[in-house]
Design a protein. Structure first.
Length: 266
């Protein structure tokens, strides 16, 4: 199933998994998970995290007081809407409370900071720069990028300055995106490292940006997340990390990313 919704941010999804959102938000995200495969998959990814908790705590779970836990679960009220959708979803409110109750019963969440879980579950090490970029791009409006498309020689000169800092062979053709207008390429700085921002204006969804920073974290296939009300497609090569951020729907963002990625890695 394809998706035209805004992907909830990882912060929202981990708060959902932690049961820390207001009930209307819990119900909204559960409904999204029922309706959209990508949202459900992202929740499952964040829930699994990167540590083998199932194997580590299996002996403790085997010894947990199952009858008392079942009684605790039976006492949890479930809204009629949630109950109606439970059979269609692999992620249910009762399942979440069940995991929480089991964890409480055997005392494995007494010190979340020590275990290194919580809001950092599922995060990759490079997520901080994407968060900073999202804060910046969220301030953009169509008026920010109003005006004519710069001529090819101006685009080339702007991209040459980016190349000088990031070591990429960028050209107007390389960074051209389908259906959106190039507006400018500029150099910013994040954590003492040059950060390239190539800004575009999508006539349908507004500002959109392709951002690049040097990275030695290794190659990573494209992934998606939501930040500041926008959709983000991000990936990396052996030497650089990339993110495409904008208000366009998920499918449109993926289409644009798929078009530009081969040109950036050629």
């Amino acid at each position: 199933m394809t998706s035209n919704i805004r992907m909830p941010s990882d912060e929202e999804l981990t708060a959902f998994l932690d049961g820390e959102l207001p009930q209307p938000e819990m119900a909204r995200i559960e409904a999204l998970a029922n309706e959209d495969e990508e949202v459900a998959a992202r929740i499952e990814f964040l829930a699994n995290g990167s540590m083998p908790f199932s194997e580590a705590f299996a002996p403790l779970l085997d010894e947990a007081p199952k009858q008392r836990l079942e009684a605790m679960l039976a006492a949890i009220p479930a809204p009629a809407a949630a109950a109606a959708s439970a059979e269609r979803s692999t992620i249910t409110r009762r399942g979440l409370f069940g995991a929480l109750a089991a964890s409480l019963a055997i005392g494995i969440i007494a010190d979340r900071a020590y275990l290194g879980i919580g809001r950092s579950i599922g995060r990759d090490e490079g997520s901080e720069w994407r968060s900073v970029v999202a804060e910046y791009i969220a301030l953009y409006t169509p008026d920010t990028l109003a005006g004519p498309v710069p001529p090819a020689d101006v685009q080339t000169a702007q991209l040459a300055r980016v190349d000088g800092k990031l070591g990429l062979n960028l050209s107007p053709e390389t960074v051209a995106l389908p259906g959106v207008d190039f507006k400018r390429a500029q150099l910013l700085e994040y954590d003492d490292h040059p950060l390239a921002q190539i800004a575009y204006l999508d006539p349908e969804s507004g500002p959109l940006a392709l951002c690049i920073i040097r990275s030695d974290k290794g190659a990573k296939q494209p992934d998606i997340e939501g930040r500041k009300g926008m959709n983000v497609i991000y990936w990396s090569t052996a030497t650089h990390a990339f993110m495409l951020i904008g208000h366009a729907p998920v499918d449109r963002m993926r289409e644009i990313a798929d078009a530009v990625r081969p040109k950036l890695t050629a």
